[in-house]
Design a protein around this ligand. Structure first.
Ligand code: BDR
Ligand code: CA
Length: 320
């Protein structure tokens, strides 16, 4: 018999959000990880909408008891900034999920992150797929989490492409650039999954139709959420599919063979309103500073989408 490897314990810091919701469902569908908790942050929608969405998606995915902790409702310094044009009026496109029976835990997201990471040094992976406010405040309150976390995957940044929020900045970094800089400076073992890569990881209507053919509430949810998301990508970028950024970032954890990474020093533009939140990579080593991230430079998007659809089919069959 082959040895059974223990699932990796994961904290998902998230602002659901359509692709965040897909990341949560992928996490629930993947035996390689054990989702320990969701910590929720402002971002794609308001904090209270994001919390309601997180709870509702967990219930949909058959995990109503998984802890959800409420985090920060705005960036450290900048004004709140949401994305209704991308994710719909309440964050999940055209999908309307039943209000969850569960409620959030009493502990603040920042405290939950610290407690979980410090309780098992070297064992917990943090995956952050929203603005980095919760993570930055956790680092300020307990700097030792930088050394205690096993690793940290962040979805964010735009390097060799247009931004998706302002011309040179990607949403998660743009919304709280100061928090992003704190995280980059922290010394955490960071992997950065940028918009350069995730924008090309596209779920197509044919993929959604394949899920719909299986029936059930998860397929119906994915169809209604992505109907809005696909419309947005078509009208905004002229694309046929929708980019599923956050699931692709999460999956780096157990499908690293899909990615090629390089070490790099990255800083965030914090002073110019024109380029606020731009991620500046020192590709030629001009700044003379040690690398602070592993940047994903290549990723097999079609293979990931194929595996993602398979995982969703398995979840649809499991949770009816
Ligand atoms: C990121 O911003 C949000 O719109 C998505 O949820 C993703 O985390 C992509 O730029
Ligand atoms: Ca997100």
């Amino acid at each position: 018999m082959s040895p059974v490897s223990t699932p990796r314990r994961v904290l998902l810091d998230t602002d659901p959000g359509i692709d965040d919701a897909l990341a949560i469902l992928l996490g629930l569908a993947s035996p390689e990880i054990e989702l320990a908790a969701l910590t929720v942050v402002h971002g794609n929608c308001t904090l209270s909408e994001a919390v309601a969405n997180a709870l509702a998606v967990l219930e949909l995915g058959g995990a109503p008891g998984l802890p959800v902790a409420v985090g920060c409702d705005r960036p450290l310094l900048r004004p709140p900034y949401t994305a209704p044009e991308t994710h719909g009026m309440t964050g999940l496109g055209y999908a309307r999920l039943p209000v969850a029976g569960a409620t959030p835990v009493a502990e603040h997201a920042v405290d939950l992150l610290i407690r979980e990471i410090m309780a098992a040094p070297g064992e917990v992976t943090l995956v952050a797929v929203g603005p980095l406010t919760n993570v930055a405040l956790a680092l300020r309150k307990e700097p030792r989490i930088a050394g205690a976390v096993r690793d940290c995957i962040v979805m964010g940044g735009a390097f060799h492409c247009d931004g998706n929020t302002i011309p040179l900045a990607e949403f998660n970094i743009y919304v709280d650039p100061h928090a992003a800089q704190i995280v980059l400076d922290s010394g955490m073992p960071l992997t950065l999954m940028p918009w350069d890569i995730t924008s090309r990881v596209q779920l197509m209507q044919s993929d959604v139709d394949r899920l719909l053919a299986r029936g059930g509430p998860i397929a119906a949810f994915i169809a209604e959420a992505t109907r809005f998301y696909i419309e947005f990508h078509r009208s905004h970028f002229g694309w046929v599919g929708c980019s599923i950024n956050d699931p692709a970032a999460l999956a780096l954890l157990w499908w690293p063979e899909l990615a090629r990474v390089r070490e790099l020093h990255v800083a965030v533009e914090l002073t110019s309103e024109l380029t606020m939140g731009q991620t500046v990579g020192d590709f030629l080593g001009k700044a003379g500073r040690a690398p602070n991230v592993r940047l994903v430079e290549q990723f097999d998007g079609p293979e990931f989408v194929r595996r993602f659809v398979e995982r969703m089919e398995a979840l649809i069959d499991r949770v009816r």
